[in-house]
Design a protein around this ligand. Structure first.
Ligand SMILES: [Ca+2]
Ligand SMILES: [Ca+2]
Length: 157
């Protein structure tokens, strides 16, 4: 009896080890082209700017209430990217249509989606780091309340 339980356990462990939980999908299949590339310079680096390695982020939320989770990526110094989930692991870049590139010349440290004002629509909260006055202007976190109340169906076209 002990031997058969041991064999069953061994088979279960082995079977689990052979099937990965996640599979990497290429960007050309998903439509998601995003990378948080950070370029150090003599002026802009962690010695001169303590938030240099803080940031970038991803928020998941159903911004058009179609039951499919949509994705918003923030990069430290590059524009944000908002992707509408088309289903079947296919996404459409709707960043420009949504006007969510983020502030130019700013340092983004994260993003989240939540219904902050309780109107039943997701709100997007993009966080900017402290002052980068030596490099550019920055400001307080951005809260886009009910930005999704604008016609999302137009963005999906
Ligand atoms: Ca959706
Ligand atoms: Ca809301």
């Amino acid at each position: 009896m002990k031997r058969s339980i041991f064999l069953l356990l061994l088979l279960a462990i082995r079977a689990g080890a052979q099937s990965p939980l996640f599979q990497l999908l290429p960007a050309k299949e998903t439509g998601i082209h995003f990378s948080n590339d950070i370029a150090e310079t003599e002026e802009l680096n962690v010695l001169n700017y303590e938030y240099f390695y803080n940031g970038g982020g991803v928020a998941v939320g159903d911004i058009n209430n179609d039951g499919l989770p949509d994705l918003l990526f923030t990069a430290n110094s590059k524009p944000c990217k908002l992707y509408l989930n088309l289903g079947g692991m296919k996404f459409k870049d709707i960043t420009q249509a949504a006007g969510l590139e983020g502030r130019p010349n700013s340092w983004k440290t994260g993003v989240t989606m939540a219904d902050v004002n309780g109107d039943g629509l997701l709100d997007i909260y993009i966080c900017y780091s402290g002052s980068m006055s030596r490099f550019s202007t920055s400001g307080s976190p951005s809260l886009l309340i009910s930005a999704m109340s604008t016609p999302m169906e137009n963005w999906a076209r």
